[in-house]
Design a protein around this ligand. Structure first.
Ligand SMILES: [Zn+2]
Length: 188
């Protein structure tokens, strides 16, 4: 499919998650919060890391649509309840983006194919990201997780066999949590 090797200019601590979560991960902890999309070349860098640079233009209209998609995804993930169901208001936000595109199926010379059609080119990246979220819900909504570190706002899709991944990265947040526990114990 798409090439998902992160662009070397990409400054984010976590890349390579499925597209919907990769879009959420354009924001990461800091004070103030870091936001790749706030940087002048950020949208282009994100498209490149997401493997979409050849299909999408990093223009203002696309950025507006992408921010809308990111807000809708953030609300949906925030509201995912313990049963993995998206609340009605959050679903409405996702559908607001989804209504700007559709899949056209076709039996082509190379076999079955699906083409994404959008109302305007600015909607393509936003639509693909939200469409990807529907795929994740189908694959396992409870595997859509926020990093367990309280100061971390990154998200990932837990593909571990036992579904017990807790950290965006063991090296960063896993070890920070371990060190904090150790410190607490040493103080007690
Ligand atoms: Zn983390």
């Amino acid at each position: 499919m798409t090439d998902r090797t992160a662009d070397p200019r990409d400054p984010r601590p976590l890349t390579g998650e499925p597209l919907a979560l990769d879009l959420l991960n354009t924001r990461w902890a800091g004070s103030p919060v870091h936001d790749l999309l706030d940087r002048p070349d950020g949208f282009g860098v994100w498209l490149s890391s997401a493997g979409l640079a050849d299909r999408c233009q990093a223009d203002d209209a696309g950025l507006v649509a992408l921010r809308q998609a990111r807000e809708a995804l953030a609300a949906a993930v925030r509201d995912l309840d313990a049963r993995g169901e998206v609340t009605a208001p959050a679903a409405a936000g996702l559908n607001e983006v989804l209504r700007h595109g559709r899949l056209r199926r076709e039996l082509g010379p190379a076999g079955p194919a699906a083409h994404v059609e959008v109302d305007g080119p600015q909607w393509l990246a936003a639509w693909l990201a939200v469409d990807d979220f529907l795929d994740l819900l189908a694959r396992g909504a409870l595997r859509i997780k926020k990093c367990a570190h309280e100061a971390c706002i990154l998200h990932f899709f837990d593909t571990s066999q036992n579904g017990r991944r807790r950290w965006c990265s063991m090296a960063v947040c896993g070890n920070r949590a371990k060190a904090a526990r150790h410190y607490e114990k040493a103080r007690a």
